[in-house]
Design a protein around this ligand. Structure first.
Ligand code: SF4
Length: 208
């Protein structure tokens, strides 16, 4: 005896923007940074800015009058500014919504693209999987802001500005290397030292 009825199974492709969002499966708390934590806001936004659901997410936040957190790549302040400029009715229009979102993000998205161009024009592969910078690797002015190749490397990889100095990690032996994964900023070095201390403490306890 068979249970096959010939009916098409009641399955559906998952097309919900939340499921396809770049944050799916990540800790939602990362999109609700504590007030004043600009680094965490930037980190959340940097994920949103590469998200295929960015506009749907922004639209949903406006419809729900969502005040807290980062949604659609926009901070709370940016959404407030958009709401002052456009009515909720206007933001229901996909073309106007897109215009409003990209206007608000213009200076965040464009420098990233331009820095990417600078990176691609000036870097070269080095033996052993390292990356070098063509020409002098000293600080130069980018739209009036002094920046070094290491800072560009860090920014493009992490999606946020480095904290303090960017230096090669101890494992990378190539002095001129600027591979983003071979670099650490001050905060990452601090976290690493703390993690190593904690691991040593556990080892000492186990050995005692
Ligand atoms: S835009 Fe940001 S918050 Fe919205 S779905 Fe994408 S990653 Fe998540």
């Amino acid at each position: 005896m068979t249970h096959y009825t010939g009916a098409v199974p009641a399955t559906q492709r998952i097309t919900d923007w939340r499921v396809q969002g770049a944050c799916a499966g990540l800790d939602p708390e990362r999109w609700f940074p504590k007030p004043g934590n600009a680094i965490a806001v930037k980190a959340a936004k940097s994920i949103c800015h590469g998200c295929p659901s960015m506009l749907q997410c922004a639209s949903s936040a406006f419809t729900r009058r969502e005040e807290a957190g980062v949604w659609g790549g926009l901070s709370e302040g940016q959404r407030t500014a958009i709401r002052k400029k456009y009515t909720l009715r206007q933001l229901e229009n996909p073309a106007l919504l897109e215009k409003a979102v990209y206007e608000a993000l213009h200076f965040e998205l464009n420098p990233l693209q331009t820095l990417r161009d600078v990176w691609e024009e000036n870097t070269m592969p080095l033996p052993g999987g390292h990356i070098g910078w063509r020409g002098a690797s000293a600080s130069f002015s980018f739209h009036g802001i002094p920046i070094t190749p290491k800072q560009i490397s860090f920014f493009l990889d992490r999606g946020s500005k480095a904290t303090g100095n960017v230096r090669r990690s101890p494992e990378c032996p190539v002095v001129e290397c600027i591979h983003p994964r071979h670099l650490m900023d001050t905060e990452e070095r601090r976290q690493r030292v703390a993690a190593e201390r904690a691991a040593r403490a556990v080892t000492d306890q186990l050995a005692a």
